[in-house]
Ligand binder design. Structure first.
Ligand SMILES: NC(=O)c1ccc[n+]([C@@H]2O[C@H](COP(=O)([O-])OP(=O)(O)OC[C@H]3O[C@@H](n4cnc5c(N)ncnc54)[C@H](OP(=O)(O)O)[C@@H]3O)[C@@H](O)[C@H]2O)c1
Length: 319
């Protein structure tokens, strides 16, 4: 009985392994549009797909990003200015992509653009702090997806949405975790709806990586600004020590947890675009696989205990 069971598990694992490694052909015919290519994962993915022969169309927030990317890659890679919070900028980008891809349609859309700050305790936030992040990470991603969808449907292509482990479990207040949770939900509905049309939707869930999003200096500066603008009553509830320890936790997370090997994330994006059978979710990084994702499956009281232990206690805490 056990021998049969073990053999069945072994055969299943082998067939999954073989299926997972099957690749699509003719990448040289295929167009991929990526948002947020100035720096980080988007920038690296654009370069890597370019060397593999894909026809890369890159969206950058700045002119410097456009110029640097075009200068340092093959003449096939093309870049355009794109601010995902601006409808007219998205429309310009889609018109440009439409003209580039013609009747072929768009094989890949990688929704990568994002920002993280301000993050911090929820009571320290104002509504505009939420809008700042949600407008890029969630509303921007949705607007880009809906505008580009006809082109992706034409190619029966792929959409890879960059979420985060913070879309599975919320570690800090502010718009970031909220936005990534929204990306998960939007992508889940989109995947089921698009399945009928041959479009595959994948979710990329990186752990902590060393990029501009996790830049400690910007995070500390933003936390200081949040702290300085609090009313004296709220500041007293938390206390100066709370603020200092909160900053220390961020320092620990960014210095110890952050992985500098960005290819762990771009490998997942590449698999989503090049595998014959792409996966629904990709967890990238050891912290995602071994800590954050398992933590997200635990009962809430357990994950609450673990995350509360990591964060400091306000001076006027009643517990
Ligand atoms: N690094 C991590 O630990 C981590 C973990 C999980 C998920 N992620 C996600 O991964 C994605 C890429 O981030 P990254 O880590 O590679 O950081 P990054 O280097 O800051 O990349 C984000 C890119 O998005 C661009 N961007 C910001 N606002 C934009 C807008 N309104 N329109 C278009 N582009 C905009 C940024 O441009 P500028 O550089 O000009 O501002 C930057 O090029 C993000 O969605 C992020 O949330 C990152």
């Amino acid at each position: 009985m056990w021998v049969y069971l073990l053999t069945a598990v072994f055969l299943l694992a082998i067939s999954w392994f073989i299926r997972d490694r099957q690749k699509i052909s003719n990448v040289k015919d295929k167009y991929v549009f990526i948002t947020g290519c100035d720096t980080g994962f988007g920038n690296l993915l654009a370069k890597r797909l370019d060397t593999q022969g894909f026809r890369v169309l890159a969206g950058c927030l700045t002119q410097k990003g456009v110029d640097t990317l075009q200068r340092s890659n093959s003449s096939i890679l093309k870049a355009i200015l794109l601010d995902v919070t601006d409808c007219s900028s998205i429309q310009k980008a889609v018109d440009w992509v439409q003209a580039e891809v013609g009747e072929k349609g768009l094989w890949g859309l990688v929704n990568n653009a994002g920002r993280a700050i301000p993050i911090g305790p929820t009571e320290w936030m104002k509504m505009e702090d939420y809008y700042t992040v949600l407008n890029v990470n969630l509303i921007g991603l949705m607007a880009v997806t809906l505008t580009f969808l006809p082109l992706v449907k034409k190619a029966k292509g792929r959409i890879a949405n960059v979420s985060s482990v913070m879309g599975r479990i919320s570690f800090a207040g502010g718009g970031y975790c909220l936005s990534k949770c929204g990306v998960e939900s939007f992508s889940d509905s989109l995947r089921r709806d698009m399945h009928h049309f041959g479009v595959r939707v994948c979710i990329i869930e990186p752990g902590f990586f060393k990029t501009a999003v996790t830049n400690l200096e910007s995070i500390e500066k933003s936390l200081q600004q949040l702290w300085d603008r609090l009313s004296p009553e709220v500041r007293e509830c938390y206390g100066q020590k709370y603020f200092e320890k909160y900053v220390k936790v961020q320092r620990f997370s960014m210095n110890v947890l952050c992985d500098s090997d960005l290819s762990k994330v771009t490998n997942c994006m590449e698999h989503a675009l090049t595998a014959r059978h792409p996966r629904t979710r990709y967890a990238a990084g050891w912290d995602a696989k071994l800590f954050w994702i398992p933590l997200s499956y635990m009962p809430t009281f357990l994950s609450d205990v673990m995350l509360t232990l990591l964060l400091p206690k306000p001076s006027q805490s009643v517990r």
